[in-house]
Write a protein that binds this ligand. Structure first.
Ligand code: ACO
Length: 455
């Protein structure tokens, strides 16, 4: 039901249009009727990076970037991080409601039954160079997992989707643990589903090594890791989730779609930032290094990693939870001295006109790495930990998009500014004269074949 209309007058023709407004949104396709003559393609909207484009309707996460609010299916993130296990939140996201004790028991059992890997997969991981980045290994292994489950291609079958979601949610921590072991050249470890989701992951990481945890430490760290996974579980249409939706829109199987999401997450402007925050703190060294660092950021020479967000123009609520949470974790692990430097860097940045004017605040990645490091994870594993948490969100969006009657293959348009039609020159005729005379400068789209007409 339209809330009203947007009245548009095209100054080129004087024509007036009424565009329906629904959910504070106009439909991009309604612009297409605006044209100067009937043969013209019609108006498009231009939005690099999708800064103001809603690509779908979703019922999963609510995010108010101006006020710093994040809720999963209506529940404030602060309440979920404090009170729920990760699998409980995964149930909320993937099944749509918080489970009863009996439902959670059943859900955990279903996941435990999937906590095993096809035998070829650990072999595959052992073929990767030990020095490779774990996120690259993760993307490759998740895609390869699909080779064992050809039924994953039946993406329009609800029951089949559920099977794939369980498999991926249960198996990814196992894969992540074996990838870590590969980077350390440790022999493979076997799962212990009875230790729970986070507990099994920690067990598999360090079993049989000098870092093997005793039962009490394992319990405490598993609880801390659970809360971190909850904080990372979902964040609506971020780069990796929208990548998963985009790849899946062609009805590709969920394994390759999720591998694409892992790839998107790995970049330093997205999930890869947590690793870079630690590098940045190491480079700054101490509070004495902050002024020089701030000068280089303000001169545009570098970015302050873990700061700024496309959507939050206020404190990222996850960063606030993490800052408090850090102190709790340090009670068990011992304090990470980098926390003092990070807090001071944040204090100075939040008073600086450069950051104030641009509304740049700490995001989830600013404090997470410091906690991960205190827990004993090496920096190259930080983004993998983020990925493990985000699997629930990715799979929820995948399922939601597959069931969406409005789903269409993702296929944006472009503004073409390349050459107009150009006479073909055979290779033997492309001599010196051709190199000097060939059109180099872009020409306007007028008079060229508009590629936004083509598929
Ligand atoms: N440090 C310094 N300046 C920054 C930063 C930063 N971290 N982030 C943005 N800015 C500046 C930009 O230079 C730009 O300034 P200008 O207007 O003078 O040109 C302005 O703020 C707006 O920045 P954009 O790049 O246009 O913002 P966008 O929404 O496209 O980017 C992003 C968001 C990628 C997160 C950006 O803030 C950034 O690079 N942050 C650092 C990397 C990071 O922490 N990423 C993790 C994000 S959270 C996540 O993905 C889980």
């Amino acid at each position: 039901m339209a809330e009203g209309t947007l009245s548009v007058t095209d100054s080129r023709t004087g024509a007036r249009y009424e565009l329906p407004i629904t959910a504070s949104t106009v439909r991009a396709m309604d612009l297409r009727q605006i044209r100067t003559d009937p043969d013209e393609f019609g108006l498009m909207s231009y939005d690099p990076g999708y800064t103001n484009t809603a690509a779908c309707t979703s019922r999963v996460a609510y995010l108010d970037g101006a006020r710093g609010v994040l809720r999963y299916r209506g529940y404030p993130i602060e309440d979920l991080a404090k009170n729920c296990t990760y699998t409980e939140v995964a149930h909320l996201l993937m099944r749509g409601h918080l489970p009863t004790s009996a439902e959670l028991h059943g859900w955990d059992n279903e996941l435990a039954a999937e906590m095993r890997l096809p035998p070829g997969l650990p072999d595959l991981i052992e073929t990767f160079p030990a020095g490779a980045h774990p996120m690259v290994m993760l993307a490759s292994t998740v895609a390869a997992l699909g080779t064992y489950y050809p039924d994953g291609r039946h993406v329009t079958d609800t029951a089949c989707r559920h099977r794939q979601r369980l498999r991926l949610l249960a198996k990814i921590p196992l894969i992540a643990a074996l990838i870590y072991r590969r980077t350390r050249r440790y022999s493979r470890s076997e799962p212990r589903p009875d230790l729970g989701y986070a507990g099994n992951f920690l067990h598999m990481l360090w079993q049989g090594t000098s870092r093997q945890l005793g039962p009490q430490d394992l319990k405490v760290l598993a609880k801390a890791l659970d809360a971190l996974l909850v904080l990372h579980a979902e964040h609506e249409q971020n780069c990796s989730t929208s990548t998963m939706r985009q790849v899946a829109s062609s009805e590709a199987d969920p394994y390759v779609s999720l591998a694409a999401a892992v790839a998107a997450l790995s970049g330093p402007l997205h999930g890869g930032a947590n690793e870079r925050v630690l590098q940045m703190l190491d480079e700054i060294g101490s509070t004495a290094g902050i002024p020089a660092f701030m000068r280089s950021v303000k001169a545009g020479e570098r970015r302050m990693m873990g700061f700024g967000h496309r959507v939050y123009k206020n404190y990222d609520p996850r960063a606030r939870v993490l800052q408090d949470f850090a102190e709790q974790v340090f009670e068990t692990t011992g304090k990470n001295p980098k926390i003092a430097l990070a807090v001071e860097l944040e204090r100075i940045a939040l008073q600086d006109d450069y950051f104030v004017r641009r509304k740049l605040y700490p995001n989830v990645d600013f404090y997470s790495g410091i906690i991960y490091e205190a827990m004993g994870f090496p920096p190259e594993m930080f983004t993998v930990l983020f990925a493990i948490g985000r699997v629930a969100g990715w799979l929820t969006h995948w399922d939601e998009s597959m069931a969406d009657p409005e789903r269409r293959i993702a296929r944006p348009r472009q503004i073409y500014r390349g050459p107009g039609i150009t006479a073909f020159v055979p290779i033997e005729a492309r001599g010196r004269d051709y190199a000097e005379e060939r059109p180099a400068a872009p020409v306007s789209s007028h008079g060229s074949v508009p590629s936004h007409r083509s598929l």
